[in-house]
Ligand binder design. Structure first.
Ligand code: SF4
Length: 367
């Protein structure tokens, strides 16, 4: 499907394509410059090349697999790669890739300042974004048009509004979690206008009253892989009613700042309105309060911490999240995965046991 989206973008819009490492990057800027972002979350499964052996085995599978993939044939499809400063592992990969000798395409970087908003940090961010716009202009041959940036910001506001409403009214959608997440994850590679159309169709399917059967739970983690997790969860009698995946819920700006006449300022402020994320080094208390709000809003009866093995930024927050939820007598399941293609039998069993436990606590049998 990624290949189809890339070919469609080139044929219909004559645009360029960048492979983008997770998590946070200025997507409206890429959209404004007619650059399709195709995100690289691994991909899942065993590394697809020998270059994975060039990094330590205790580096997360997202980076290990990305290195193998980027050094491999399929990357001929893209025009360059964009690195973020999500974590030390991705920053390390950004320096390693150009040195491998078999990568000859543009390598771009966009570093977001970590921590809460400060005036100096906002200025730094705007400078970073403008430097990236200059690199993108070299790639596309056209400078940024500020009217296009304002248009792209509006487009992404519409996308976020629909994604937020669909997730908030999850119980009103008669769809399996696996199907829902497959649609939401199309945003990782589809052209935003095409993604918006698909979201509109999905949004029209929201029922007046809740239709989803099962016990509502919240899930937090990096990326919903393996997707078989959702099937196992539904078979255990539960569904995801509140999402805090870094790749999904943590990239939805729920209350965007009002648009001004300065698109650069709007882009900076839009970035500062993301929900709290472990990779942005913000205030942990603010993150816990945000999770609490999402948990209550979803009417959740349990929390699943879906950890990616060796992910440092997430590991720092998980213990605090676990402690905070356990202190409120809420069932918490800690499930670690490693970008496998499928869940192991043991992981499925743990999800089944979790489903039984929350059902008993609610005085009900799993549906
Ligand atoms: S899984 Fe964690 S350590 Fe790995 S790239 Fe993502 S944020 Fe970085």
């Amino acid at each position: 499907m990624r290949r189809e989206a890339i070919e469609r973008h080139r044929a219909h819009r004559g645009g360029k394509v960048l492979a983008v490492l997770p998590i946070h990057y200025p997507k409206p800027l890429l959209t404004a410059m007619n650059v399709l972002a195709v995100e690289l979350w691994g991909p899942p499964g065993p590394p697809r090349g020998v270059q994975a052996g060039r990094i330590q085995p205790y580096i997360c599978p997202v980076v290990r697999n990305a290195l193998a993939f980027l050094s491999h044939g399929p990357m001929e499809l893209v025009d360059g790669v964009l690195f973020t400063n999500t974590c030390d592992a991705i920053q390390g990969l950004a320096t390693l890739l150009p040195d491998l000798g078999d990568w000859h395409k543009p390598v771009m970087r966009c570093w977001y300042p970590v921590g809460e908003r400060r005036i100096s940090a906002a200025r730094f961010l705007e400078t970073e974004l403008q430097a990236l716009a200059d690199r993108l202009a070299q790639l596309t041959g056209s400078p940024l048009d500020l009217d296009r940036l304002a248009w792209a910001l509006d487009l992404h506001r519409q996308i976020d509004a629909l994604r937020a409403d669909i997730l908030d009214r999850r119980a009103h959608l008669d769809l399996s979690d696996r199907e829902l997440y497959a649609l939401l994850r199309e945003g990782e590679y589809r052209w935003p206008e095409d993604h918006l159309e698909r979201l509109r169709s999905l949004h029209q399917r929201l029922a007046e009253l809740p239709v989803k059967k099962g016990l509502p739970v919240m899930i937090t983690g990096l990326v919903p892989e393996p997707m078989g997790l959702f099937t196992a969860l539904e078979e255990a009698g539960a569904f995801v009613a509140a999402d805090d995946y870094a790749g999904i819920g943590r990239r939805i700006v729920r209350q965007p700042p009002p648009a001004s006449t300065e698109p650069w300022t709007d882009l900076v402020e839009w970035i500062y309105h993301y929900p709290p994320c472990s990779t942005q080094g913000g205030d942990l208390a603010r993150r816990l309060a945000h999770l609490e709000e999402r948990y209550q809003q979803g009417g959740c009866v349990g929390l699943i911490i879906h950890a990616t093995k060796f992910c440092e930024p997430e590991a720092f927050d998980f213990s605090a999240i676990r402690k905070s939820f356990s202190a409120r007598q809420r069932p918490v399941l800690y499930l670690e995965s490693e970008l496998e293609v499928e869940l192991s039998g043991q992981q499925v069993t743990r999800l089944e046991a979790f489903g039984e436990m929350i059902a008993q606590k609610q005085g009900a049998q799993p549906c």
